[in-house]
Ligand binder design. Sequence first.
Ligand SMILES: Nc1ncnc2c1ncn2[C@@H]1O[C@H](COP(=O)(O)OP(=O)(O)OP(=O)(O)O)[C@@H](O)[C@H]1O
Ligand SMILES: [Mg+2]
Length: 658
Amino acid sequence: MSSSAWFSPYDPSRRVGSVINVSPSEVKANLSDAGSGEAKWHLGDRIPAGEVNEFMFIDCGQTAVLGRLVHVWLDGAERLSVDAISMDNGLNNPIGIIQLLTSIDPASGAIFQGIKSHPRLGSQIYSAHPKLISTLAEGDSNDDEIKLDIAELPYDSTVNITVTPDKLFARHCAVLGATGGGKSYSISRLMQEVQQNGGKALLLDPTGEYADLDCETYYVGDHEKANSENSVIFPHWKLPESDIFAFLRPSAQTQSPKLSSAILSQRIVRRYYGKYGEIKVNENHILIKSNQKKEPVNKALNFIEKDLNSKRWCFKHLAEQIVQECVWPTGKKTGPYPPEIDESIWGAASDGELGYCMSLISRIKSYSENQHLKWLIDPPDGKDIPTLLDEFSTSRSNKRTLRLDLSAVPFEANGREILVNAIGRKLMDLARNGIINHHNPLLVFIDEAHQFLNKTIGDEASAIKLDSFGNIAKEGRKYGLNVVIATQRPRDIPEDVLSQIGSLIVHRLTNYHDQEVVKRAVGTMDQRSASFLPTLSQGEALLLGIDFPFPMTVKMKKPKIKPTSKSAEYSIAWKQEYKVIRSPIVDYLDIPNDLIHDFEALDIEYLSDEGSSGDMTYSYYFEIPSDTSEELQKAMGWSIGGFVRDIPEHVLDNQTTE
Ligand SMILES: Nc1ncnc2c1ncn2[C@@H]1O[C@H](COP(=O)(O)OP(=O)(O)OP(=O)(O)O)[C@@H](O)[C@H]1O
Ligand SMILES: [Mg+2]
């Protein structure tokens, strides 16, 4: 906190009452002005003097205690004193409960954690000046530190709440709230503040809401705005085997080993393309195993396992390769009956094993043909995400913000989860290798994080946990890799991830379980603070965290560039639909939209104008019917009984005419 901003909290004009009952975490107080029906004003400042959620200072001698008014009421006998406006207000004795938040030094504004000394009976209470609250909320910071201008006081928009990036992001940040609470707006605002202050950030945009943000964008999948310059792929062969397993979900007993060996066989085919030697490969690029020698294949396997350049394999051959993998483990020697076992060759095809693998094979075939998975499965050559992240995260990169638009990635086959998990893993690798570090930190923003975090794929026997962002939460901080996650389902965030999160921006939350999760995450949030959560309005949030001295309600500032909502806009869409069905005659006469209904309700008789000869139709005309509404007459300049002439023939092609 800059001490220059501090002034005495004990301003006599802001005095609102005195303490009458003290307990460890709250006090009861006489709040003389609370029953007057309206707030007080002093020198242009509004003093709420008894409104719930108002901050108050209690004079405790050496220290002051900052508290928040959470409940205010009148005793039974006095309750009628506020009933009628004509009655004299102010003659009542309202009582309030003030929740004690923290002790401060009244001279400097320095914060002591906890309550250093409790108020005494009769201690004086002062309504806190908004500027002091904003100074306290910012906590310790130097004047030369960067401050992000993210919020203002809900009841006084002239008072800004600024926060240093270190406080907000250094221990990860979560933006929580029910749908429509304002999470995406907050993410947008944070992102723009980061951008403005030269920070480096990657935004994973699962809905495409942030399309207008001024930053470099890459699209995954078949997006309408994607072109050869801005499309990125994540080739399947760059994923570890565990991700391929998560994607294909083989059964543990038979299918998993066959899938593994099929991938290895295909890597051999790719590596030794055209120079197979003793390895037998058919014209469809499938490695043949039945009755073939094992040794050449094993040698090749040894080689490719060590060779980093032999990672590629072709997905479209996988199904047929699995068929080839279904062979007996050993062959038989030729010679006298019964033949001896030959360990050096594989046996004949095993129909039993093939039967077990059929479900996997058909899944592979259907994914191979899925156009929406083209960014993953055998993608055409192009920029891939691991390379993009390599380039973006080096300190030499001059790109500061990057948006990955995932809106075209399908939900089917767990494509999204696997992709985001793989991105998380890649980022963690970059951090562990020192590319992302404390001098070159990276912030990763993920909206709608419940779609990706804490996902387990597959059944019990073959469950695969996608936990790379959990690892970032646990480990990323020590490398300078931090996440900002937004989700409407806090209960979906794993406990171990949540406990690593240092700051929270909590928008309106109505679900009890979600509120409990937030309470568990931050020790400073008690039941009293949580009770504000269901009542927050759009854009309002509770700002809390390890580095914030007390939980406080703020109004998040709107971003300059707003996210575009991706929910259906029924009114607009239906109105457009209405426009589309304007008939040619309505268009020709230029009937205003809101009068089309009036016009179409008329029983108009269109007559043909056949000139004097009478042998051809030149145009049509009609008489303005007697039931034409006044609005329509006025808008069109028509009068009943008048004629509308010279309507070209083509306009009435589909109308019944005389
Ligand atoms: N800081 C703000 N100030 C004023 N209005 C806001 C603010 N934040 C959000 N709103 C309003 O609330 C609406 C919903 O906000 P937003 O899209 O950010 O919600 P959300 O929490 O991301 O919802 P969802 O979970 O559906 O994605 C916005 O369209 C906007 O009108
Ligand atoms: Mg949103």
